[in-house]
Design a protein around this ligand. Structure first.
Ligand code: PSV
Ligand code: MN
Length: 388
């Protein structure tokens, strides 16, 4: 069983990647609510992300979404991030907000639309080069609303061909992270609906193509930790998009709906040592904070991941293996539940004090006056949102 110090060291090494869009205005198709102090540009989004790292010590990178985060000078944006103590993380392409993509992007029946979607990814690869990012993250809205609308099979061939062109343009140290989602916006069939489809494309592409598991992208009742285990087994778990869901793709704070599920996922991660930075599993947040203050919500999410990781690290692996080998069903389950039911908050507070951080990151942020400052400074101009 790990010692207290070993658990603290492992949590200290955790780097959760925040999403630039989590700091911008967001909402549902019914209403987007504005909030005071919301960033007006990518530089301000990064400043907010840096606050999360400042108070948690565990959020050293921020993902960008192109074109939401388009700037004239990406080197300047990366330098701005570094000056604030964070780095640019994954670059997310966006081929779902242009009229040309009504019938799809990389799988569109029209070769000229496919070429346009591939070209967008080549621009994103240039952003990787300018910012020092290593991960190109792809989620496609491609799919069908009606049976017969297009050939399911032909769409897979077009998709494979487009992905091949993008993969060929990567630098040697770049990776493709390919995300799946079982429905929405397409309702009948999505072109990359599940981990099997994503993995099939990744295996065809090559070693530097990995699957992204967004925790909100499964049917209710799906055993997500099983998928985590299978992707680790295949050596193709590239990243998480952490969030939590009650019904659909809710994009709520990770661990809010089902902290036990987050623990079970991290137990699979820890049992394969995939929490260690060398595994290159990118623990990203893909969340939208529609009604709650954004920066403290992202801080809360990072704390939730830290807590679930600490609990997973406390699982007595030897006792678990012994109980499993001897067929001790109740004993094995009790080992997991003992770890899950441990209150790790005192241990994490102790770790923060050792790191020179406030033991209560949310309270420290709230006391700092940052929210009042940005609310005053950012009173003019258009707030950033989902639009480009
Ligand atoms: C799609 O629902 C998704 O999960 C993808 O990761 C997108 O890039 C992101 O949400 C946008 O919020
Ligand atoms: Mn996602």
């Amino acid at each position: 069983m790990r010692t207290r110090d070993e658990v603290k060291a492992a949590v200290r090494a955790l780097g959760v990647e925040t999403a630039s869009w989590a700091f911008a205005n967001s909402g549902t198709r019914f209403k987007v609510f504005g909030q005071p102090g919301v960033p007006r540009d990518p530089f301000e989004k990064i400043a907010d992300a840096a606050q999360v790292h400042q108070y948690t010590g565990s959020a050293p990178r921020v993902s960008l979404h192109i074109p939401w985060d388009l700037v004239d000078d990406f080197t300047a944006l990366a330098n701005h991030a570094r000056d604030l103590g964070v780095e640019i993380g994954a670059i997310n392409s966006n081929v779902f907000q242009d009229d040309d993509y009504k019938l799809g992007s990389l799988a569109n029946p029209d070769p000229s639309v496919r070429a346009k979607a591939v070209a967008h990814h080549l621009q994103c690869i240039d952003v990787l080069r300018a910012t020092g990012s290593k991960d190109l993250k792809i989620w496609l809205a491609d799919g069908l609303n009606y049976p017969g609308q297009d050939s399911l099979r032909d769409r897979q061939e077009r998709l494979a061909d487009s992905l091949r062109q993008i993969y060929a343009a990567l630098d040697d140290d770049h990776r493709i992270l390919l995300e799946y989602k079982f429905f929405e916006p397409a309702f009948y069939a999505t072109d990359i609906p599940d981990w099997g489809t994503s993995l099939t494309h990744c295996l065809a592409l090559g070693e530097r193509a990995h699957v992204v598991l967004d925790t909100g992208h499964h049917a209710p009742g799906t055993n997500i930790e099983f998928i985590v285990m299978m992707l680790l087994r295949a050596g193709r778990l590239g990243a998480f998009d952490f969030n939590s869901r009650f019904y659909a793709d809710d994009d709520l704070m990770v661990g809010a709906a089902d902290p036990f599920q987050l623990f079970r996922i991290l137990h699979e991660i820890v049992s394969q040592d995939a929490h260690q930075p060398e595994s290159r599993v990118n623990f990203m947040l893909d969340q939208c904070h529609n009604i709650e203050p954004k920066i403290p919500a992202v801080i809360r999410s990072v704390l939730n991941v830290q807590e679930a990781l600490a609990k997973a690290l406390l699982v007595d692996a030897d006792a678990l293996a012994k109980a499993q080998a001897s067929g001790d069903v109740l004993g094995a389950n009790a080992v997991l539940m003992d770890a899950y039911n441990t209150d790790v908050r005192p241990l994490l507070a102790e770790l923060r004090e050792e790191q020179g951080l406030d033991p209560d990151p949310i309270a420290a942020y709230q006391r700092s006056g940052y929210f009042e400052k940005i609310s005053a400074e950012r009173a003019d101009g258009a707030q950033a949102g989902w639009g480009a």
